[in-house]
Ligand binder design. Structure first.
Ligand code: NAD
Length: 253
């Protein structure tokens, strides 16, 4: 089950946190991975780790907010690996700011990276995947995405971008189903990555957060990567347009 031998994947924001573990997890199932990031130097150790474990990977610079950079990285992936089967739209930023203080520039930067970036990576990926009538696009949203998810103080720009990903995914799933491309969302809860570490959540606030999570701990990046591997696999063939929360039961409580 979940063998992904000789599939070709591109992971964005793969130099740290969950992007890194998504790349490693896919590679461990036999997938060749384009490990991409805005800072190439962070991707090199990930590629080396994959190669040490016997996998195949390349490192590419990719700023998801810049369409020319998106096109260049996808072109290079196709040049080196011949096609594309799997896209993990993982890159994202979270810069907390009270809504009353948010500037136009801060709003635009978050939307450009978290939402526009995912769209143009997905569009470019779909143009490749439709040639082979097989594709998996996995968009990383968040529990902080409104509706079934939650709102988050100081995250109006972030929750807007993450909620937008869910609506966008449902639409892309409908449009691209005839081409054999499945598009789904993963909404992680609180996961132990540089993003959460940078937020420097005070001890009391962290205790309160954990109290609301049935599993009483924050998640490990690998626990989200397991869902990535499943959604990327052939076994997920009848799943598209869906959102899966990996949150330790947070939304259930
Ligand atoms: P992270 O900060 O380690 O990862 C984000 C990555 O995106 C970094 O490698 C960063 O360099 C990259 N990035 C930033 N701007 C970029 C750009 N313009 N182009 C390309 N790459 C860029 O944190 P993480 O927690 O691993 O985040 C991964 C994803 O998971 C993000 O989309 C984040 O919003 C989402 N998420 C995280 C949590 C959590 O609790 N950690 C919860 C829900 C959702």
């Amino acid at each position: 089950m979940f063998e992904l031998k000789d599939k070709i994947a591109l992971v964005t924001g793969a130099g740290s946190g969950m992007g890194r573990t998504h790349a490693l997890a896919l590679a461990s199932q036999g997938t060749k991975v384009a490990v991409t990031g805005i800072d190439e130097s962070k991707c090199i150790p990930v590629v080396e780790e994959i190669k040490t474990k016997g996998g195949e990977a390349i490192c590419l610079k990719l700023d998801v907010s810049d369409k020319a950079s998106v096109d260049a990285a996808f072109d290079e992936t196709i040049k080196q690996f011949g096609r594309l089967d799997i896209l993990v739209n993982n890159a994202g930023i979270y810069v907390p700011k009270p809504a009353l203080e948010l500037t136009e520039e801060e709003w635009d930067r978050t939307i450009d990276i978290n939402l526009k970036g995912q769209f143009f990576c997905a569009q470019r990926a779909a143009k490749e995947m439709m040639k082979n009538k097989w594709g998996r696009i996995i968009n990383i949203s968040s529990i902080a995405s409104g509706q079934i998810g939650i709102g988050m103080a100081e995250g109006a720009h972030y929750t807007a971008s993450k909620g937008g990903i869910i609506g966008m995914t449902e639409t892309l799933a409908i449009e691209w189903a005839p081409f054999g491309i499945n598009v789904n969302v993963i909404g992680p809860g609180a996961i132990d990555t540089p993003m959460v570490q940078a937020a420097q959540i005070p001890k009391e606030a962290m205790s309160a957060l954990l109290a609301g999570i049935p599993l009483k701990r924050i998640g490990r990046p690998e626990e989200v990567s397991a869902m990535v591997v499943f959604l990327a696999s052939e076994e997920a063939s009848y799943i598209t347009g869906a959102t899966f929360y990996v949150d330790g039961g947070w939304l259930a409580s």
